[in-house]
Write a protein that binds this ligand. Structure first.
Ligand code: NIG
Ligand code: FE
Length: 413
């Protein structure tokens, strides 16, 4: 049992957890002032005001004086399992090459796929474990991880096995997405031919392995068409793999409505966004996911959060952690950038990075709020003046301690 007492503000306290928050609800971030919280068997056991703080029997007591406690970040879109890096492409881009030009010249996703295909499972695990450890220390307590740098069955399965092993080893909820449709390998003439191959040869085996929770595709000009997306999502539905898709990163051509038609859990990126996209999302159970780290790194537009939220829709925030378009898994930066660049309020951004992030990976009953019975995944801040100080004071670390599954992280874990 752990008891955290003298908490200046216990943030995101919900007696009953909402599924997700939409529109004006996102502005409401409940804070219990001068509070305590107790954790038992890896779960949130109880909490309340310091006026009724329980006796300190045998508990491990943390005195949080001056600190805020909030649910750990829920990062619903990452490619954290990858091999090597692409800093050379970064330098090419700084000299004027575009992301698409680099990809067309055999760089980009195909470059990472070549590296991964030549990396052993153990080595891939070690590289990925180091990244996961680092993001957990930055406050991430639940994460979605995609395949997509294998592009052939064995390497895709290797990525998914590594993702599952990470979840078990680090006692953190990991949701996985099967993203073989990330780029077209050189051995295929067309995207359609590769999608047909994924459907016939890869999908049945991946589904049978139980290694994937969701299906993903990079629906984009020069990658996979609307028709490819329709085919793949239709086939995946037969295996009960719900879509979480990459769409509207560079062009908006109707992929959002298609995702909604296929009952996607989330549509991610949306740096380009039309009125038709907004209309398609209304009344659906599909959540929009913004990835400001990608906009920052590639210098492309930011997802129009205000248009989405002001239309009454829900929005989640995630890192997109990957070697090409967002080589950072820091959710604190994402929350900060969402405020500064997308004009979200701190309350909206924190809701988007906790409860809405949890929903965007099907974990809303497990994480994302301070609710009894949910996993004890918590961030304890340093002594900061307000919760809005977190995004305001960007690029600085204000986390004193992170607790995941009731375990206090320290320098040795
Ligand atoms: O979400 N856009 C597609 N996939 C990743 C980038 C992958 C890469 O460049 O390696 C993304 O931005
Ligand atoms: Fe991505």
């Amino acid at each position: 049992m752990i008891l955290i007492k003298n908490i200046k503000g216990l943030v995101q306290v919900r007696e009953k957890s909402p599924k997700y928050l939409s529109g004006a609800q996102m502005q409401e971030l409940p804070v219990l002032e001068n509070a305590w919280i107790s954790l038992k068997d890896g779960r949130i056991y109880d909490f309340g005001s310091m006026d009724n703080c329980p006796e300190n029997d045998t508990s491990d007591v943390i005195d949080a004086q001056g600190s805020f406690v909030l649910p750990a970040w829920c990062d619903s879109h990452t490619h954290l399992v990858y091999a090597g890096n692409r800093e050379k492409e970064f330098e090419l881009r700084l000299k004027g090459a575009t992301y698409q030009e680099i990809a067309a010249a055999g760089g980009g996703i195909l470059n990472s796929a070549k590296t991964l295909q030549n990396t052993s499972e153990e080595e891939l695990y070690q590289q990925s474990a180091a990244r996961l450890k680092a993001v957990m220390h930055m406050g991430t307590g639940a994460i979605e991880i995609k395949s997509g740098y294998g592009l052939e069955l064995e390497a895709e399965m290797r990525m998914l096995r590594v993702a599952r092993r990470l979840g078990e080893t680090f006692n953190i909820p990991v949701r996985t997405s099967f993203l073989a449709a990330h780029a077209v390998p050189e051995s295929f003439e067309t995207s359609g031919a590769y999608v047909a191959h994924i459907i016939a040869e890869m999908l049945p085996k991946v589904a049978e392995s139980g290694l994937a929770d969701y299906i993903d595709i990079f629906c984009e000009d020069g990658y996979f068409s609307l028709n490819d997306t329709d085919q793949l999502l239709g086939a995946a539905a037969a295996y009960e793999l719900r879509p979480k898709i990459h769409v509207n990163q560079f062009t908006a051509e109707g992929g959002v409505a298609l995702g909604v038609d296929h009952n996607a859990l989330s549509v991610d990126h949306l740096e380009e966004f039309t009125k038709a996209d907004l209309t398609a999302l209304k009344g659906s159970e599909t959540i929009a996911v913004a990835l400001p780290g990608c906009s920052f790194f590639l210098g492309i537009p930011y997802t129009p959060a205000r248009r989405i939220i002001d239309a009454g829709l829900p929005l989640a925030l995630a890192t997109d952690y990957n070697p090409g378009s967002a080589p950072s898994g820091n959710m604190n930066f994402v929350v900060s950038a969402a405020c500064s660049k997308m004009k979200m309020t701190p309350q909206e951004a924190i809701n988007a990075a906790t409860i809405n992030g949890a929903y965007a990976m099907g974990l809303e009953n497990e994480v994302g709020s301070i609710t009894k019975g949910k996993r004890a995944n918590l961030i304890i801040t340093e002594n900061i003046p307000s919760i809005g100080y977190l995004p305001y004071s960007f690029g600085q670390n204000h986390i004193k301690e992170v607790i995941i599954g009731g375990q206090r992280l320290n320098s040795s874990n």
